[in-house]
Design a protein around this ligand. Structure first.
Ligand SMILES: [Mg+2]
Length: 236
């Protein structure tokens, strides 16, 4: 039952596309633990700049940065083994409990009440996303796209383009919500308007972006207004 009055397409987004880690749930902090544990297992310690560069990245990018940071050759077999171990470790940490980012649950409920379609668009693999969807509430999302289901993860636009395709909407008429440099770039390059709510790393301003400190208190009307501001900005 839509709680908002009917709107023209220009007034409200055709869909809201949500990033997961660092946007809906505070899971980047859990990734920090699993990445540190993986580094230790590989005989080293990950540097702070390397960890920051991994935020929002997919597994392949994360392992390339990690191996470079540790001074290890990018051996495919060793990286595959590290990916498997890191995924298992992250799954354990997710199972211990995912914390909401401030205002995220309320924002999901507000968009659901407005009747706008939603997608979850994450670089995280499907096997970790499924239990997270159970915790977040899979009923919020008409579709979900994971990092291992597209040719290129974020910062490539592929995950956002795929989500818009599955929803049957023009990506340019969507509002994406992102916390990272990597994710905001992906959404922007897909042509979406982007609400940036930084979590672990600062995100530069950019075309079709609006930035807020938190999702707390944002109503559907606020999100529609953010969408209109973002789409009114030059595309590049
Ligand atoms: Mg993120």
């Amino acid at each position: 039952m839509p709680a908002e009055p009917a709107r023209g397409v220009a007034d409200a987004p055709a869909a809201v596309l949500w990033d997961m880690d660092g946007t809906l749930v505070d899971s980047e902090k859990l990734w920090t633990v699993s990445i540190a544990d993986t580094a230790r297992r590989l005989g080293g310690a990950v540097s702070a700049p390397a960890r920051a560069a991994m935020v929002g990245g997919d597994m392949a990018a994360t392992l390339d940065i990690l191996f470079d940071d540790l001074g290890l050759p990018r051996d495919p077999e060793r990286q595959a083994e590290a990916a498997s171990w890191m995924t298992e470790r992250t799954g354990e940490l997710f199972a211990e409990g995912l914390e909401w980012r401030p205002g995220a649950l309320e924002a999901l409920r507000a968009v659901a009440a407005a009747g706008w379609p939603m997608a979850l668009v994450t670089n995280t693999q499907r096997e970790l996303t499924e239990p997270a969807l159970d915790a977040i509430g899979r009923e919020f999302f008409r579709v979900s796209v994971c990092g291992d289901e597209v040719a290129r993860g974020k910062p490539a636009p592929d995950p956002y383009l795929r989500a818009a395709e599955l929803l049957g909407v023009d990506p340019a008429s969507c509002l994406a919500v992102e916390d990272s440099v990597t994710g905001a770039q992906a959404a922007q390059d897909a042509g979406a308007a982007v609400l940036v709510v930084p979590c672990e790393v600062a995100v530069p301003v950019g075309p079709r972006r609006v930035q807020r400190a938190a999702l707390s208190g944002l109503t559907a009307d606020d999100l529609a207004a953010i969408y209109r501001v973002a789409v009114a900005r030059p595309a590049a």
